[in-house]
Ligand binder design. Structure first.
Ligand code: ATP
Length: 521
């Protein structure tokens, strides 16, 4: 039977934490459902915890977000190639990577209600310390010493490891031999395809392989709407470098003056807050050790800022020793100030040559590459693995775009035009102007997603578009019939300007691509 949906969004919890805009995660879930961005999955049957369906607007926006990520990280670079791997693959991939044996979280049970929780999350919430990566024994000790109870105030069981991999069976005969896994991350497919991409891609070190797609984790306690789901999407890059050239980052000048909010291990130990410093300072003071790591952290921040995320709500936080995987020399999380606190949005780890070496060992295939310079074979190192969740990014852009504009009396979703589900809405002032308005709509609908709306007062129609993030409204009035001009209204300022219908398509293209500002029209 389907698990009762923890993510049903009909009722708001009283203690929903709030952002600086007064908007909690449950409010966001309600808004997303009401406007057709995201629905709880299979809600007519009571839902399914940790699963969501993107609605008409959410699908458009998510596709736009993914497209712009791909353009920025793959299509506009010569050193990154993309793949699109299968969700189910030979289970040996997951044995080699270590997922089959120990990809999991530590679980504790409320001894009275039998509800299950992630031990590290309970401890983080109760004691305000980072507990991710601690062993069941260490978590058990913390629970005992600090008398941590379940959210309902009951005793907790001893913590134990819980594997998050979903299993399935492949083929008509179901047995232990037909068992397979749904991928828990997209990264391992990159490693198993490494040699194929290298040999066909005509590429030299340093280079990256990118992939976006679905991942599945049987999360112990999915919650906070899209933040922690059991089915979600990732956008990941494995960036490979020569092991002897881990510090040669030829792109560092692109980001050297960029500023970021940084919270190093040292600062965390001293109880300090994040500091806004430049990449140059962070490298000079050895706060960030590797130029490649600094480069990718800055690049990721650039991407978020370019598409409308507020840099004040983003910071990079270094992992402490307890949080680091045993093979990782350094890891930084890009964190976002969610309504319930700073939380991971993207992990950017140095994974050394761990994964390739594991796949060499288990597959017995040679995954090294020939280095022309030294005339030797090398196994490249992953100096940075930017690993980002699509759904968490979706939330970030929604939170930072959401503006309850009291003056206007409606919500204005200030999405970047590239991310907006509809780029424009065509609105005839009165019904008599319908045929002209339809002709305008038909002239642009193949160039951009466009909404046609003839019902309600013009003010109400503007408000409806503001609420779903449409950056421009195109109004057809009686003058249009005489002079072939329409009015474009800018969502962010409500300013209006007249443009010839013959120039409309080009003007819209320039506005959406940031080639001109509305005020310059
Ligand atoms: P967390 O500590 O929050 O469980 P993680 O460290 O396990 O995350 P990674 O394995 O580093 O996450 O995955 C990379 C990215 O994938 C995360 O930064 C996040 O954006 C996304 N992600 C991971 N798990 C989930 C999930 N259950 N639901 C939605 N997105 C997720």
């Amino acid at each position: 039977m389907a698990e009762k949906a923890a993510n049903t969004v009909e009722t708001k919890t009283a203690k929903a934490a709030e952002t600086s805009k007064g908007l909690g995660i449950d409010d966001m879930a309600v808004f997303c459902k009401k406007k057709g961005f995201v629905f709880p999955s299979s809600e007519i049957y009571g839902g399914m915890a940790g699963f969501f369906d993107y609605g008409p607007l959410g699908t458009e926006m998510k596709n736009n977000l993914k497209q712009e990520w791909w353009r920025f990280h793959v299509q506009s670079r010569q050193d990154v190639l993309g793949i699109d791997g299968s969700i189910i693959c030979n289970p040996k991939v997951w044995v080699a990577s270590g997922h089959a044996e120990k990809f999991g979280d530590v679980l504790v049970e409320d001894l009275k209600t039998h509800e299950r929780f992630r031990a590290d999350v309970l401890i983080e919430e109760a004691l305000r310390i980072h507990a991710d990566g601690l062993s069941p024994e260490d978590l058990g000790k913390l629970i005992k010493e600090n008398n941590v109870k379940s959210p309902k105030g009951n005793e907790l069981s001893n913590p134990r490891q819980f594997n998050l991999m979903f299993t399935t069976n492949v083929g008509p005969v179901q047995s232990e031999n037909s068992k397979a896994y749904l991928r828990a991350e997209t990264a391992q497919i990159i490693f198993s395809e490494f040699k194929n991409v290298y040999e066909t891609g005509r590429i030299k070190l340093p280079f990256g392989i990118a992939q976006m797609g679905r991942a599945f984790r049987n999360e112990i306690a999915p919650r906070h709407f899209l933040f922690r789901c059991r089915e979600f999407e990732q956008m990941e890059i494995e960036y490979f470098v020569h092991p002897d050239k881990k510090d040669d980052c030829m792109f560092i000048e692109e980001v050297i003056e960029d500023k970021m909010n940084i919270l190093s291990v040292d600062m965390q130990t001293k109880g300090q807050e994040e500091k806004n410093i430049s990449v140059k300072q962070a490298l000079d003071k050895k706060i960030i050790q590797s130029p490649w790591h600094a480069y990718w952290l800055a690049k990721e921040l650039q991407w978020f800022a370019r598409y409308g995320a507020n840099p004040d709500n983003l910071r990079i936080r270094q992992h402490g020793k307890d949080e680091l995987a045993h093979y990782s020399t350094d890891c930084w999380d890009l964190e976002y100030r969610f309504p319930w606190g700073w939380k991971e949005l993207e992990g950017i780890a140095d994974r050394s040559d761990f994964d390739l070496q594991q796949h060499i060992k288990h597959s017995k295939k040679d995954l090294s590459i020939y280095d022309e310079e030294t005339k030797k074979k090398v196994v490249p190192h992953v100096v940075a693995e930017p690993s980002l969740g699509v759904d968490r990014s979706f939330l970030v852009f929604m939170f930072d775009a959401y503006d309850d504009d009291k003056e206007r009396g409606n919500i204005v979703l200030r999405l970047h035009p590239k991310f907006a589900p509809y780029k424009a809405a065509v609105l005839p002032l009165v019904n008599k102007l319908e045929s002209k308005a339809r002709a305008v709509y038909d002239s642009i609908k193949e160039e951009m997603t466009c909404y046609y709306d003839k019902s309600g007062s013009i003010g109400r129609r503007y408000a409806r578009q503001d609420e779903i993030g449409t950056p421009y409204c195109i109004t057809i009035d009686f003058e249009t019939l005489d002079n072939e001009e329409i009015t474009i209204r800018d969502r962010d300022t409500t300013a209006q300007t007249r443009v010839k219908i013959s120039d409309l398509k080009e003007t819209m293209r320039k506005l959406i691509n940031d080639e001109i500002k509305f005020s310059e029209l």
